[in-house]
Design a protein. Structure first.
Length: 275
């Protein structure tokens, strides 16, 4: 919202000119500005909610990680010919505190996926990016592999040339990854490298991805479109991809002069100011 500038009178001659203008039926700019200011002051107010973008980002990350991990675990153990699984927990660390660059993790993921395809394995994984106390970003990855398949160490294989890696057996893969997701704080979210993602997953079937999108949607959207919908965020609201039904958002977002972000519902009854 912009600043409001107020101007004082321009002296006796200005006052006389205003009087003459009014006598002729005109309204000066100064009078109009005052009337607009009074009109704005008397405008009905809507209740506003202050938004914390970092807290919202962390909430979406925790929701995505938790549901994706459970769905991947269930999906893996539902396969008819793969009852036993080799669940691995991988850590990717940067040697340089400021070593992060876009594309590093994507290259690792691509190499891991290629290794799996060569062996006829569908890669299932979920990951979280964590900010260390020293300020460096590092990644935690849980991978579900059929019994007897063992991933090589990413640094020795050349998949992660940016520092060290570690790989251990994950007895409780869901607990491992959700623990690291729960450690994220709003202060850390503010210090993530610009453009860095906080989490991700791969290997889910379309139905599993639909479930994750459902749980990441706001509650008012889930209530309106139900669990049968394939919810997609679009300009101005949400849409059910199955039916094409559009659900306009009742919320509007404004940014204050100090950078604070506020939201208000356009369908609420405004509160009249006292006269």
């Amino acid at each position: 919202m912009g600043e409001v500038c107020q101007f004082k009178g321009v002296g006796r001659r200005g006052g006389e000119a205003d009087a003459a203008s009014r006598a002729l039926g005109f309204i000066t700019n100064a009078t109009k500005d005052r009337e607009e200011t009074l009109s704005q002051e008397k405008r009905p107010l809507r209740e506003r909610l202050k938004l914390n973008r970092e807290a919202s980002r962390i909430k979406r990350m925790k929701t995505a990680v938790g549901h994706a991990a459970r769905l991947l675990h269930f999906d893996a153990h539902s396969e008819r010919n793969a009852q036993l699984w080799n669940k691995k927990f991988i850590t990717l660390t940067y040697a340089d505190v400021d070593g992060w660059e876009p594309g590093h993790f994507g290259a690792f993921r691509k190499a891991m996926n290629h290794w799996c395809r060569q062996r006829g394995v569908r890669l299932r994984y979920v990951w979280v990016a964590e900010l260390q106390k020293r300020g460096a970003l590092h990644y935690h990855v849980v991978v579900w592999l059929p019994k007897g398949k063992y991933l090589p160490h990413a640094d020795a294989q050349g998949w992660w040339p940016h520092g060290m890696t570690n790989i251990v057996t994950a007895q409780s893969p869901i607990g491992y990854i959700t623990k690291y997701a729960s450690k994220a704080t709003t202060e850390q979210a503010m210090n993530y490298p610009r453009g860095a993602r906080m989490c991700g997953h791969g290997g889910l079937q379309p139905e599993g991805r639909r479930h994750v999108r459902y749980w990441q949607s706001p509650m008012w959207v889930r209530d309106a479109l139900t669990g049968r919908a394939d919810i997609r965020k679009v300009t101005g609201g949400y849409m059910d991809k199955f039916t094409g039904e559009f659900l306009p958002s009742p919320w509007r977002v404004v940014v204050g002069a100090g950078g604070q972000v506020w939201a208000y519902r356009i369908d609420q009854q405004p509160t009249e100011l006292a006269a």
